[in-house]
Design a protein around this ligand. Sequence first.
Ligand SMILES: [Zn+2]
Length: 175
Amino acid sequence: MADTLDDQSWAMNHERCNMARQGKVELWWVQCEDHSHTGEVYILAGDRYGRRLGKTVNKEYAEFDFMADSVVDEVLEIANMMGMEQEYPARSDCIESLLRTICDPAPSGQRYDFLFKVSCPSCSSLKIRYAPYDPPRFKIIDMPLATHVNWDNLTQEAKTQLVFDTLKRVGCLKN
Ligand SMILES: [Zn+2]
């Protein structure tokens, strides 16, 4: 069957399988305590265990699935060898920074932030009140799985250097 597909239709099918993907999010309201901003944020709907929603400054979304993608194991092995911070919650900030670095940028060229913390959509302040709407509100959005092709193509030496540079920049190396 496959040899009946010309290059172009193969490319389209390939893209459909790997890129285009939609997912369901729940809308939560946000109220900023310092500046009275109001807004909404998207939270992954359903079981969020092992899943993270990434967002760029251009409001592009992607999902990272820790259960389905073992790249984090590879990165953590390098990071732990270098003496990455082991104490939570600092450690989760370090992992967020690594995930941001190793995942390919969005179509706009911006990188995804995979944050668990909810912040004000206007000023990014963490001093906010936020909660799901009652009754809950849902939305289907474009949400490709995050890829890490650039990372995969790096040599072991380059991977090690990238992890080191990232951890150092964000203050995640002990001593
Ligand atoms: Zn605000």
